[in-house]
Design a protein around this ligand. Sequence first.
Ligand code: NAD
Length: 331
Amino acid sequence: MKIAVFSTKPYDREFLTAANECLEHPHQLVFHESRLNSSSSLLAQDANAVCCFVNDQLDAQVLQQLAEFGVKLVTLRCAGFNQVDLAEAKKLGIVVTRVAEYSPHAIAEHALGLILMLNRNLHRAHHRVRENDYSLNGLLGFDLYQKTVGIIGTGKIGATLARIMQGLGCEVIAYDTRPDPALAAAGVSYVALEDLWPAADIISLHCPLNQHTHHLINAVTIAQMKQGVMLINTGRGGLIDTRAVIEGLKNKTIAHLGLDVYEEEANLFFENNSNSLLQDDVFARLLTFPNVVITGHQAFFTREALAAIATTALSNASFFEHGELEKICQV
Ligand code: NAD
């Protein structure tokens, strides 16, 4: 099958090429660096499928263009699918597949990395030592032991983080529309959201972005949080109303913020923009806080995860090609 692969970096090409070579019937992969949108969709003109990532734009207009070109499959290289107009895809008869699970450990461990960086101010300490400054003022941290961690969304990633945090001696409370009995049996207490906000010392977001969860973190919910809370988002940027979070940082309700995703990340992340001026004033304000750590959507970025993503995304295309739809992780 001829697959137009969008938003590819050298590392994507390396892992996809390796996974493709392992298939019994390899695909013809045509790599494009550009993101998929209405201007770049022409690149999929003679393809049977497109392979896309988190910031590719699969709205109604783009999907209609793809359908006109004869594209029958969108194979996503990610777990989230909020970037796809699923209703339109269904209407057009385009099958959408995703990589439901590649390495929940990659993302959960990155969330832990952000937590540890923030609670001990490691980002600031690192810079100080390199400046020959060994003073400790401003670096005072807190023990994670016996703190309460509130996890929103206890699917694969949230459950993995819950177990990690339990291992550090934290009490884990959680909210999920579909609680996991195994996690509850392991000592995680499911609570209502209104009970999670005031109880948690650390809140970590692991639910999907959809109409119910858009701006889940907003002025009203921040006002219910514990003074000095740490907020971690490795889910999707749109879960957070960034302007409200900036206010929460300014009035010190939020004492630490760790982000791997940002609601306007599509024009920023995955690129080296160091030669251009930052035009996003909201993001620029976030960067001024010493108690904010931001990574550019890299939580998934481990060798194990990239290998699994490539294998699953291309296997989904093979199953589709051979009519084995029951084996596909269809969205
Ligand atoms: P998952 O489907 O296994 O788990 C999602 C959980 O959220 C489920 O248990 C579901 O019941 C729950 N949920 C759904 N709606 C909810 C709501 N309104 N409130 C609370 N919980 C709700 O997904 P996952 O693999 O654990 O991934 C979670 C999210 O992490 C993905 O949707 C994706 O956006 C994000 N993600 C980010 C990265 C990254 O690199 N930063 C990588 C992979 C996934």
